[in-house]
Design a protein around this ligand. Structure first.
Ligand code: FUC
Length: 819
């Protein structure tokens, strides 16, 4: 078959090809898999594997591969293998500025209404307290009267808040109100017809090599498939072999769920071309077949391989996306270049380069929590048995899986890890599989520094540089402020304005929170050039926005944030606690920068101003239930078990409330107790970290136990899918990253001016070792413990210097070794 040019295919043959595709779509539905999987295949030898004795029945059982540009889900199915794949820039939409011109006009009135509501609310809350006092003194009638007065005031306060929210929705929101969605790209299918009697089936993903393998026997032939997503060669490579040789017969197909797409075959290559929408993303993917022995020929549905010893398939994909404002890349040209890049290389060379690249990152950290017999069982079984059993190795596997997933979904030059990392099979994924930055996006990057994957943080920083551009327009149009601001979501087009609804969309600290990641990267790496060239320019402008935006609260005279919200509850308010914690930490970080870099006069003046504002910011307040107040007013409900624990930001991931600040620290702990242990996946991920920061390893492990169980086993709560993907539900990758960071945080902390070894070791992990974790100050930490006590440790740095280390309850000052 002769290859057609992209325009030729799309323009001249599109209708016919779409019809063909629709028909093929039917054929593409996985053949009814009436295959039995008897046998008792042994565990793979490699120690860090996810493995199963049956193929994936669902997407959430398939095994993920990723190189930061392409994500692939390997089903390991028989008789038809499916490898579903994504390309990081296949999204709905097109370049767009979401800011609403002149929105700032509504700002003073929203604030007036909210402040008026706050005054009424304070009076209402005061009357409520009086009512309680009267009730306690058995003055029932007076108590009832006070309660009525209180209710009336609170009702009017709520009405003011509603007016502010209505005004916000009408005049202050993003244009349009919603952002765009991450998309799947295509599917690679390999039909091995006639394979119905299968024995000794097993499939696995080796985290150490990032290779997925499927093995089984059928009619006296041993079949093996291997797949990996190579970062150096930017492609997914699949190899099928049969033993005895020459027994490999299959049909290889490509398809896409996108309506406007078409597949052609040319020689040994299948080409998929499509577009997500008119004037939007156009994509291309190629699958190039190479056989050892046997033949490749045309088949009605794709390409037919007969009598081969082995088959290698190289899958590449690219789009017209150049950057968030420019769609002038040529997907065909880019695919051709990608195919060429790996063309002359053997399977062994490709695999070696991939494994070396992966291991250079993955092998930086090793974790041993002990290995029991339970660790040899298939992963789905281990998950079922974890809560009641003794399988500490599964915790180590989940930790390393988090690192694996970050390496797979976030590499320099690619998009940051989104709500599903880089993996998605849905045209309408939950929450658009975009970036929710009131917790989820940041959580994705919690393991990056401590788990020694600082490079994987880079795509987020690149996105922040772009968000500073779009967010600058939003700062101006919506707040008449300098600097840049991002609200609770962004997408490929760098939307930064408030979306969805005023009550939770108008939340101003997405930019501030993400800007603290720049500081943390510096803090961990001590990379001054990064601080000077990348971090500080973005941090100072993020801070500048708040310097312009904060207003004085007429009641307390504190500087407060608003209109904003405590993520996703309580509605639009003035002064949510989380905002002040984030702003305080960002301002402090800017002040710290001035101690490291020589700043110009303008920056010095800005930093001096930020320094002066810090003591005027609304402080953390302890409320009537012994809780840390989530809002300016003392109105928390101790029965509230909402998944967001935003006001605890200052404990983790922030550094606003270290353990030395006992009163506020204890109140924060009390707040977490009130919130309870049950939650969605990501919320549990957060709580593991929080209990680690509260220095309570047993409680952190209790939360991990709640998370490390099959999703669905406890109604209304998160858990893990068989492939260990986190279930919010549905699948959201944040919980994987939250758990990974939390496990590290249980073993090592460095936010409070010292390196703390085993700050939150649970009793259930009496002995173990960890090597290669990172501490702030550019230290690499190895340690081993026995009977709950550190037995050996080593602190290394490229810049050996004195450091305080808390070990077995004592603080020692020692000199780090040279790394
Ligand atoms: C926030 C959370 C939801 C979900 C969504 C993507 O809105 O409250 O639980 O994680 O992000």
């Amino acid at each position: 078959m002769k290859a057609l040019g992209p325009q030729e295919i799309l323009k001249t043959n599109l209708p016919a090809l779409i019809c063909l595709l629709a028909v093929l779509g039917e054929l593409h539905a996985p053949a009814a898999q009436n295959v039995e999987f008897p046998g008792n295949a042994a565990a793979p030898e490699a120690p860090l594997c996810l493995w199963y004795r049956q193929p994936s029945a669902k997407w959430e059982e398939a095994l993920p591969l990723g190189n930061g540009h392409i994500g692939a889900m390997v089903f390991g199915s028989v008789p038809t293998e499916r490898i579903q794949f994504t390309e990081h820039t296949v999204w709905t939409g097109q370049p767009h500025d979401y800011a609403r011109p002149g929105a700032a006009k509504a700002l003073p009135e929203m604030r007036r209404l909210l402040f008026a509501g706050r005054t009424l609310e304070l009076r209402g809350l005061e009357k409520q307290k009086e009512a309680a006092r009267l009730e306690a003194a058995s003055q029932k009638q007076e108590a009832r009267a006070k309660k009525n007065e209180a209710q009336e005031l609170l009702k009017v306060a709520r009405a003011r808040q509603k007016e502010a929210e209505d005004l916000g929705l009408k005049e202050f929101m993003s244009e349009p109100l919603r952002q765009k969605a991450y998309q799947p790209c295509g599917d690679l299918w390999i039909d091995l017809a006639g394979q119905t009697q299968v024995a000794d089936f097993r499939r696995w993903l080796d985290l150490d090599t990032a290779v997925a393998v499927t093995e089984y026997r059928c009619a006296g032939v041993a079949f093996r498939r291997e797949a990996f997503a190579s970062h150096p060669d930017r492609a997914v490579f699949v190899r099928l072999t049969a033993d005895p040789p020459g027994k490999l017969d299959c049909v290889v197909r490509l398809s896409s769920p996108h309506k406007n797409s078409a597949v052609t075959a040319a020689g040994d290559t299948l080409v998929l071309r499509g577009e997500v929408e008119t004037n939007g993303i156009r994509f291309e993917s190629r699958a190039v077949l190479q056989v050892d022995g046997g033949n490749v020929g045309a088949a009605p549905e794709g390409l037919r391989v007969t009598g081969a010893k082995s088959l290698v398939i190289r899958v590449v994909a690219a789009t017209n996306f150049k950057n968030y404002r420019d769609l002038t890349s040529d997907p065909a040209e880019r695919c051709a270049a990608l195919v060429k890049q790996s063309a002359g290389k053997s399977w062994e060379q490709l695999r070696e380069a991939h494994v070396a690249d992966h291991q250079a990152l993955f092998r930086r950290v090793s974790l041993d929590l002990g290995r029991t017999a339970a660790a040899s069982a298939p992963t789905d079984q281990r998950l079922k048995e974890f809560a009641a059993g003794n399988d500490p190795h599964l915790v180590a596997l989940v930790f390393q899986y988090g690192r694996y997933l970050l390496i797979g979904s976030s590499r320099p030059g690619g998009q940051p890890a989104n709500l599903q990392g880089i993996w998605n099979d849905k045209l309408r994924p939950p929450w658009d599989s975009k970036y929710t930055c009131n917790i989820n996006t940041e959580m994705n990057y919690w393991p990056a520094e401590v788990a020694a994957l600082g490079e994987c943080h880079e795509p987020l920083f690149a996105a922040l540089a772009e968000l500073a551009e779009s967010g600058r327009i939003v700062a101006k149009e919506h707040y008449n402020a300098r600097g840049w601001v991002v609200h609770h979501n962004f997408d490929l087009w760098r939307g930064a304005a408030p979306i969805n609804a005023a009550n939770h969309g108008i939340w101003v600290t997405g930019s501030g929170w993400m800007a603290t990641h720049l500081w943390e990267h510096y803090h961990f790496t001590q990379d001054r050039q990064f601080l000077e060239k990348t971090a500080f320019p973005l941090m100072k402008e993020a801070a500048l926005f708040y310097a312009d935006y904060l207003v004085e609260d007429p009641t307390t005279h504190w500087l407060v944030s608003g209109p904003s919200n405590s993520p996703e509850q309580g509605g639009l308010v003035m002064g949510p606690t989380m905002d002040h914690q984030i702003i305080r930490c960002l301002f402090q970080a800017c002040v710290e920068v001035s101690r490291v870099l020589k700043l110009n006069a303008a920056d010095q003046a800005l930093v001096a101003k930020l320094g002066q504002m810090i003591p005027r910011l609304a402080p953390n307040q302890v409320g009537q239930h012994g809780q840390l107040q989530e809002w300016l007013e003392d109105k928390d409900d101790p029965k509230n078990t909402h998944r967001h624990v935003s006001h605890l930001w200052g404990v983790y991931p922030g550094w606003d409330i270290p353990w030395q600040d006992k009163k506020v620290f204890d109140a924060a702990r009390q707040s977490l107790l009130y919130r309870g242990d049950a939650a969605t996946g990501w919320s549990m991920g957060w709580k593991v970290n929080l209990w680690a920061r509260f220095l309570d390893g047993d409680h952190a492990l209790l939360i991990l136990r709640n998370l490390l169980r099959p999703f669905g086993s406890v109604k209304g709560q998160g858990g893990l899918y068989p492939n260990l993907f986190d279930a919010c539900p549905p699948f959201q990758i944040d919980g994987n990253f939250g758990a990974c960071a939390g496990i590290a945080e249980m073993l090592l902390q460095s936010h409070a001016g010292e390196i703390h070894l085993l700050p939150a070791l649970p009793k259930a992990w009496p002995s173990g070792s960890v090597k290669g974790l990172k501490a702030r100050g550019n230290f690499t930490v190895d340690l081993a413990w026995k009977d709950g006590q550190v037995t050996t440790y080593r602190i290394r740095s490229p810049d050996p210097r004195e450091v305080n280390v808390r070990v077995n309850g004592e603080v020692k000052t020692l000199r780090a070794e040279r790394l």
